[in-house]
Design a binder for this molecule. Structure first.
Ligand code: RBF
Length: 350
């Protein structure tokens, strides 16, 4: 009886050791695989749908993951309550899973500062943003003076034209989701500068929505501008853009659009798009990070001469909607910008 109990105990001990060995081996295998993998946490500061730069942020990262076996992407939408963003980025960093947190928006380097301090191994790639020098961050700013100037120049030509929606007043409009440095130091002044190259008497009615989603309020703002004689509106308010576009379309006036080639959203109403090649920038930057070639702590400004900022003039709806004489004037203006003969400096506002 005692002997069989002993045998039973020995067998149980052997079983425990065997299970432990199996678990250790499995664990090792897992640990051996992870050093080769590159995991990217994409933090969308808002929601991706309807915000062109965020859509490109996600698609660029997903393309990189689809091309490289060891790369994974997890997209986390931060939502519209900006007060929660730091906490959400903290919980992404706290997992310790992501080689890089990728995001896009001028406020994110500063929202992420305390997170970087709490997690000194966490790296951040932040596009559409700039921070002086932070060893855990890499930022890229688009020259949006230039981007907005291209649209201002076109809008100036249209407001002076005899196109059916052009009013006698020399008034343009800009609707912004909120006020922020890139808007006040680059986009608004760039839009005004481009327009005033056509006529110094052109004014820009600047309105702030207060959020990035309220399409009804964006329509109200657009309508009040249209009532005052505005004929071309630049709308930069994310998901709320649709409200402004619909209002402008109903009144037969015009929209110029930022960040993506979106003439199809409202053919004949959207008469100019200046694109940011964010998807390309996401891909190039992530590839450099994966290869270990990214210069952490540095920043970069990209523009038209390197084709990260581009007016889309080869789209059939641009050619169809905008009269030939205006397109001809745009042509030579764009040639000057692309070649660097005409340039718009980014003022150092950070
Ligand atoms: N742009 C969007 O299209 N959608 C957004 O939800 C959005 N949220 C923003 C939040 C903050 C705090 C800031 C500073 C900018 C935001 N932008 C947003 C603007 C975006 O960064 C960029 O300036 C515009 O898309 C024009 O290129």
């Amino acid at each position: 009886m005692q002997k069989s109990l002993k045998i039973l105990l020995i067998l149980a001990a052997v079983a425990v050791v065997a299970v432990a060995v199996v678990l250790i081996v499995l664990g090792r295998t897992g640990a051996e695989e992870s050093p080769g993998s590159f995991d990217i946490g994409v933090f969308v500061p808002g929601v991706a749908a309807g915000s062109p730069l965020y859509e490109q942020l996600v698609s660029g990262a997903e393309k990189v993951a689809s091309e490289r076996e060891m790369v994974t992407v997890k997209v986390i939408e931060g939502g519209f309550n900006q007060g929660e963003w730091e906490e959400k980025i903290t919980s992404i960093a706290a997992t310790g899973e992501y080689e890089v947190i990728l995001s896009s928006n001028p406020s994110i380097p500063f929202v992420a500062l305390p997170v970087a301090e709490a997690f000194p191994d966490q790296k951040f790639i932040i596009l559409d943003a700039i921070i002086e020098s932070h060893p855990q961050m890499y930022t890229v700013l688009y020259n949006q003076v230039e981007q907005a100037a291209m649209l201002g120049f076109l809008a100036g030509l249209i407001t002076k034209s005899d196109m059916p929606g052009a009013t006698p007043e020399l008034k343009l409009g800009l609707i912004a989701g909120q006020e922020y440095d890139a808007m006040l130091k680059m986009i608004l002044p760039g839009f005004e500068r481009g327009a005033r190259e056509i006529d110094p008497g052109i004014s820009v009615d600047f309105r702030v929505l207060g959020n990035w989603y309220d399409a009804n309020k964006a329509a109200d703002l657009a309508n009040s501008m249209l009532d005052a004689g505005v004929d071309v509106i630049l709308t930069i308010c994310g998901g709320a853009n649709q409200g402004a576009i619909t209002a402008v379309k109903e009144r037969g006036r015009y929209i110029v659009y930022m960040d993506s080639e979106d003439y199809d959203l409202a053919p004949g109403t959207i008469v100019g798009c200046s694109e940011l090649r964010q998807e390309r920038l996401v891909r190039e930057t992530l590839e450099a990070a994966i290869e270990g070639d990214l210069d952490w702590g540095s920043n970069r400004i990209v523009n038209s001469t390197d084709d990260y900022v581009a007016f889309v003039d080869n789209h059939e709806l641009y050619i169809k909607s905008v009269p030939e004489d205006i397109r001809d004037t745009m042509d030579s203006f764009l040639k000057d910008i692309r070649s660097g003969r005409r340039s718009y400096e980014v003022p150092k506002y950070w």
